[in-house]
Design a protein around this ligand. Structure first.
Ligand SMILES: CC(C)(COP(=O)(O)OP(=O)(O)OC[C@H]1O[C@@H](n2cnc3c(N)ncnc32)[C@H](O)[C@@H]1OP(=O)(O)O)[C@@H](O)C(=O)NCCC(=O)NCCS
Length: 149
């Protein structure tokens, strides 16, 4: 069995997976998210041996739909297509939940692609409000998960 690890990584290391999964056919610059290089942003990489096969990032960012002081935003959650549906996404997001539990942050929110909503619901996240469109990407739902502090 291959060795699977999840490490904190630099934002530049997220680009190969973001590009292949979330920004297919688009210029590499579109893989940069505003705030990627901010001090309060943490990037995670899931490795199969030495190969990065999954990424996700946690930004310090508040959403006005939630009346909670300390919030994180999840962005750029992606598993390479050939590794999807084999439990790696679950491993990665559980690592992120553990990370959040080690902080004083009470709420994680994110804009979920419609196709990924059932994945997040299985992991205890909830939809809020109606769907909305993100240009060139598609239909999304605002989702969130609360944490005890
Ligand atoms: C969404 C994504 C991160 C999920 O990761 P994954 O490794 O494929 O998912 P897992 O194999 O860990 O699935 C965990 C559970 O969710 C379920 N699940 C995963 N994707 C699902 C989907 N689209 N619809 C319904 N259930 C889904 C799995 O069946 C599994 O259920 P189980 O625990 O009962 O067996 C991954 O498929 C992906 O990168 N998709 C393309 C990019 C994307 O949509 N990113 C999210 C942007 S908001």
């Amino acid at each position: 069995m291959n060795k699977i690890t999840i490490n904190k990584i630099n934002y530049l290391d997220t680009f190969p997976v973001r590009s292949a999964v979330l920004r297919q056919g688009k210029p590499i610059e579109t893989c940069f998210f505003l705030g990627d290089d901010a001090v309060g942003t943490t990037h995670f990489g899931l490795y199969n041996e030495n190969n990065i096969i999954g990424v996700a990032s946690v930004f310090t960012s508040n959403n006005e739909n939630f009346d909670i002081k300390n919030q994180f935003q999840l962005r750029g959650m992606a598993i390479l297509e050939e590794y999807q549906s084999t439990g790696f996404g679950k491993l990665l997001i559980e690592k992120i939940f553990n990370f959040i539990e080690s902080t004083q942050v009470e709420l994680l929110w994110f804009n979920a692609r419609e196709s990924a909503v059932p994945f997040y619901e299985k992991l205890g996240c909830t939809k809020k409000g109606a769907s909305f469109e993100i240009p060139e990407i598609g239909t999304h739902f605002l989702m969130y998960k609360c944490f005890d502090v």
